[in-house]
Write a protein that binds this ligand. Structure first.
Ligand SMILES: *Cc1c(COP(=O)(O)O)cnc(C)c1O
Length: 424
C-alpha cells in the first residue's frame, strides 16, 4: 500500500495495539466530528472515567461529611498514597521517592528551598535558554532571595548559531566551565518550545562530577517519554499532570526526591503538617519531624477532587504501559514528520524539533516564516484542528499516543496541503 495515503494511515491504526484507548477519551467536536486534537502537551483530553471518579468523591462527601477522611477504601486521610504506585512507575522511581502534592511552580520552589543552597563560592544555576517562563521566574527569584544577582547567578545554555536546539556536549561544557561555582543544574525534561528531550542521565552525571545538584522540570516529559529518575541518579524533579497525564485543568503536581536525600532530616525545607511524621501528626505537637522520603515535603492535606481526576487518568497509563505508549509515540511522531517533510510548497516552515528520536517526545514544533504561519494556523483552527501557536512564529503539535491516531495525522497534513494549494 502506498505510503502517505489515507488507506495507509487507516492500516497503521488497525495495526496499533493501543488504538482502543482513543474511545476512552472525550474529543471536542467540530461540525459533528472529533476535532484533530494535537494539544495534549498543553491540556490533555478528559478520560471518560473521570466524571465518575469525581462523582464518587462527591458522594463520599455527601454521605460521610468529615468522616470521609477515615471511611472506606479511599479514605481521604491517605488519599495521596493512592497515586504513588502509578506515579512512581511513570517516572522510574521507588514509591518512597514520589509524592503528589500542590501544583508545579509551587513545588519547584519547595524543592529549591532544599536543593538550591548557594554559598558565596558556589551559587550558579545552569539551565536551558528559553526555558518555560515559570521556571525562569522561579530560578530568578530564588537567586534574588539568596541575595544573588540573577544576571550573574543564572547561566543559560544556548543553541549554537544557526542550530535549533541545544547540543548535550555544550551543556556538559558549560557545566564544566562553571564547575566550581555551580550549585544547581536545572533543566526541563522536554523543552516546551522546541520539543527537545534532554539527555537527563548525562546531564545529571556531569552535574554530579562538578559537585552540583541535578533537578528537572518534567512538565512536558511525564507521560510522554520513558523516565528512569532513580537509576539516572537525579536529585529532584517535579511535573504537572494536566498535560500528557490528562488530569484536567490545574491538576496536581508530582514530586521526586531521590532516596539518598529522602531520609536526610537535616535538609532545610518549608514544612507543613502533612509532611510531619504520620504517627504523631494528630498529636498536634510542636517540633516538625519530617516523614521519610518524598512525603516529607508535603505541606497540606490532599486536594481530593483534583487527585481523584488524576487517579482515574493515571490508571490508563498503567493499563497501556509507558513502554508501549512510547513505542507507538515514536512511530506516530516519525509518521507525522515524514508527512510534513513531504508537503510540496512547504518551504515556509521547518521542524525545529530534533530529528533523532531519542532527543524528542511526541511534540513537533514547526517554525514558520513571516505572517504566513499565522494564516495557516488560523485556517487549521477554523477547520477543526486544535494545536497551538507560540509567539513569535511556532506551531506546536503533539500527536499523543494515548488517543491520537495515524488518521488524525493524515487529516492534519491533508488540511495543510489544501491550504497551500488554495494560497499559491
Ligand atoms: C506547563 C509548565 C509549567 C506550569 O506550571 P504550573 O505551576 O502548573 O502552572 C511549569 N513549567 C513548565 C516547564 C511547564 O511546561
Amino acid at each position: 500500500m502506498e505510503q502517505g495515503t489515507l488507506e495507509h494511515a487507516k492500516m497503521l491504526d488497525q495495526q496499533d495495539e493501543l488504538s482502543r484507548f482513543r474511545s476512552k477519551y472525550h474529543f471536542p467536536q467540530h461540525d459533528g466530528e472529533d476535532c484533530l486534537y494535537f494539544c495534549g502537551n498543553s491540556l490533555g483530553l478528559q478520560p471518560k472515567s473521570t466524571r465518575d471518579a469525581l462523582l464518587a468523591e462527591l458522594d463520599h462527601w455527601s454521605a460521610y461529611g468529615v468522616e470521609g477522611h477515615f471511611t472506606g477504601d479511599n479514605a481521604w486521610m491517605y488519599y495521596h498514597k493512592l497515586l504513588t504506585p502509578a506515579s512512581a512507575r511513570l517516572v522510574g522511581a521507588k514509591e518512597s521517592e514520589v509524592v503528589i502534592m500542590n501544583t508545579l511552580s509551587t513545588n519547584l520552589h519547595l524543592l529549591m528551598v532544599s536543593f538550591y543552597r548557594p554559598t558565596k563560592e558556589r551559587f550558579k544555576i545552569i539551565m536551558e535558554e528559553q526555558a518555560f517562563p515559570s521556571d525562569q521566574y522561579a530560578v530568578e527569584s530564588q537567586a534574588k532571595f539568596h541575595g544573588f544577582d540573577p544576571e550573574e547567578a543564572v547561566i543559560e545554555v544556548k543553541a549554537r548559531p544557526g542550530e535549533d536546539y541545544i547540543r548535550t556536549e555544550d551543556i556538559e561544557a558549560t557545566i564544566k566551565e562553571h564547575g566550581d561555582s555551580t550549585a544547581l543544574v536545572f533543566f526541563s525534561g522536554v523543552n516546551y518550545y522546541t520539543g527537545q528531550f534532554f539527555e537527563l542521565e548525562r546531564i545529571t552525571k556531569c552535574a554530579h562530577e562538578v559537585g552540583a545538584i541535578a533537578g528537572f522540570d518534567l512538565a512536558h516529559a511525564a507521560g510522554n517519554v520513558v523516565l528512569k529518575l532513580h537509576e539516572w541518579n537525579v536529585d529532584f524533579a517535579a511535573w504537572c499532570s494536566y498535560k500528557y497525564l490528562n488530569s484536567g485543568p490545574g491538576g496536581p503536581s508530582g514530586v521526586f526526591v531521590h532516596e539518598k536525600h529522602g531520609s536526610d532530616r537535616t535538609l532545610p525545607r518549608f514544612a507543613g503538617w502533612w509532611g510531619h511524621d504520620e504517627e504523631s501528626r494528630f498529636k498536634m505537637e510542636k517540633g516538625f519531624i519530617p516523614m521519610q522520603g518524598a512525603q516529607g515535603w508535603q505541606l497540606s492535606n490532599a486536594q481530593v477532587l483534583s487527585f481523584a481526576a488524576l487517579k482515574s487518568s493515571i490508571a490508563l497509563f498503567d493499563e497501556a504501559g509507558m513502554d508501549a505508549l512510547r513505542a507507538k509515540s515514536l512511530k506516530l511522531t516519525n509518521y507525522m514528520e515524514a508527512l510534513i517533510d513531504g508537503i510540496e510548497g512547504g518551504d515556509f516552515f521547518k521542524i525545529i524539533t530534533p530529528k533523532e528520536q531519542y532527543l524528542r517526545g511526541a511534540q513537533l514544533s514547526m517554525l514558520t516564516k513571516d505572517k504566513i504561519g499565522k494564516a495557516l494556523f488560523d485556517y487549521l483552527s477554523a477547520n477543526g484542528v486544535i494545536c497551538d501557536w507560540r509567539e513569535p512564529n511556532v506551531i506546536r503539535l503533539a500527536a499523543v499516543p494515548m488517543y491520537n491516531s495515524f488518521e488524525d495525522v493524515w487529516r492534519f497534513v491533508d488540511l495543510v496541503k489544501r491550504w497551500i494549494s488554495e494560497n499559491s
